[in-house]
Structures are given as structure tokens and as C-alpha cells.
Design a binder for this molecule. Structure first.
Ligand code: FEO
Length: 168
């Protein structure tokens, strides 16, 4: 595998690992603050990001590349509101999308068409995750500071999120 592409895929392993730990931290904050539905949502997101990470690790190995298991950045621990929590979620997903687009651009420059093909799965995944984050943030903007609205949001988060989730 081209060395630049191998490095970019290893960077992506780190970004997915960081996202997994960030969402674990968010789940834990929600759990501690009485938002059990939001907590379950982020525990699951954290698992999903771990799956994204492992998929990359296996792919690099399959292609006889060298996997560098990364050091993980310390995630943000405290949030002032549900709004801030979901703004952080959207920002994190937008960052990952940007990085994936960069990998795809470089794959074309280096004629790494197999990797380009493999990365298409991540493009689809990012579209869905960004849409979920935007939908949830839009709902929170409508709710504003209404406590009973937050209660219902926490109760119904999976139904709200499922509007954008692939039924597969
Ligand atoms: Fe795997 Fe949502 O980044």
C-alpha cells in the first residue's frame, strides 16, 4: 500500500477511536445527569465508532499495511446543556467527514482504487450520522429551555433519530 495512504488510514483509526471515547464520555455525562435515553444513544454511538475503527484496522492488515494502535486524546467531560452535548456530536461527525473526504481525495491522487472503494462505506455512514446529529440538534433548538421538552426528548430520542437511520 502507498505509504501516504497507509498513514492516512492509521490517522483515521485514531479519529474513530477518539470519537468512540468522546461519545463514551458524553454517554456517561448524560447518565449522571438523569438523561438515560440520551446516555443509551451515546453508549451505542460509542460502540459504533469502535466498529468503524476495527474495520479500518482489519483492512490495513488485509492489505499488508502496518497498523499503529494510537494514543487517544482526552475527551471533553463536562457539558453545560443538552444543546452543547449535541453541538459537540455534530462537530465531531463533521470533522470525521472532512477527514474521510481527504482520504478519498488522496486515494485518487495515488491511484489506490481499492482503498477508495473501501472508503465509500464510510461516506455513506457519515451522511447518515451527520443527518441524525442535525435532526436531534434541530429538535433541541425548538425545545429551547423547556424542561418538560428535555424530558420528552430524552424519552423519544431513538424515535427522533430513526428518521435518518438506515433500516439495514
Ligand atoms: Fe465513524 Fe461517525 O465517525
Amino acid at each position: 500500500m502507498n505509504a501516504t495512504i497507509e498513514k492516512l488510514l492509521n490517522d483515521q483509526v485514531k479519529f474513530e477511536a477518539n470519537a468512540s471515547m468522546q461519545y463514551l464520555s458524553m454517554a456517561s455525562w448524560a447518565d449522571a445527569n438523569g438523561y438515560n435515553g440520551v446516555a443509551e444513544f451515546f453508549y451505542l454511538q460509542s460502540e459504533e465508532e469502535r466498529v468503524h475503527m476495527i474495520k479500518l484496522v482489519k483492512f490495513i492488515n488485509e492489505r499488508s499495511g502496518k497498523v499503529i494502535v494510537p494514543e487517544i486524546d482526552k475527551p471533553q467531560e463536562n457539558y453545560t446543556s443538552l444543546n452543547e452535548l449535541f453541538e459537540t456530536f455534530l462537530k465531531s461527525e463533521m470533522f470525521v467527514t472532512e477527514q474521510i473526504n481527504h482520504v478519498i481525495y488522496e486515494c485518487l491522487q495515488h491511484k489506490e482504487y481499492n482503498v477508495h472503494n473501501f472508503m465509500q462505506w464510510y461516506v455513506t455512514e457519515q451522511l447518515e450520522e451527520e443527518a441524525v446529529a442535525r435532526t436531534l440538534l434541530d429538535k433541541l433548538t425548538i425545545i429551547g429551555n423547556d424542561k418538560s421538552g428535555h424530558y420528552l426528548f430524552d424519552r423519544d430520542i431513538n424515535t427522533i433519530a430513526s428518521v435518518n437511520q438506515n433500516p439495514e
